[in-house]
Design a protein around this ligand. Structure first.
Ligand SMILES: [Zn+2]
Length: 108
């Protein structure tokens, strides 16, 4: 199965929707649904049932998912959202690099 172009920990920019132009870190990906959850973005309010820990129940705010096609990786080198190229390094590992400046996306 093809993975997403973004991974957990990536810095991304949202391209459309109410969070358009905002950036954040990917907290989670759902490759099956092609969706990603980005830290602090696309917050949704959700009613929760009472639990032992939270006997009142209530409303919690959490990050909603964004379709992966609506986000683009932000390069740490040129600080621009852009396309990513795949390169195989000396160890035979596939790495992602910025198409614009060649910076290694997977570094750091
Ligand atoms: Zn770059």
């Amino acid at each position: 199965m093809a993975g997403l172009h973004v991974r957990k920990g990536d810095r991304v920019e949202v391209l459309s929707g109410k969070e358009k132009g905002k950036r954040g870190k990917v907290l989670r990906t759902a490759p099956k649904d092609r969706r990603v959850i980005i830290e602090g973005l696309n917050l949704i309010k959700r009613a929760v049932k009472p639990t032992k820990k939270n006997p009142q129940g209530g409303i919690i705010t959490k990050e909603g998912s964004v379709h992966a096609s609506n986000v683009m990786i932000v390069c740490q080198g040129c600080d621009e959202p852009g396309r990513v190229a795949h390169k195989v390094d000396d160890q035979g590992k596939s790495r992602r690099v910025c198409r614009q400046c060649g910076a290694d996306i997977d570094k750091g």
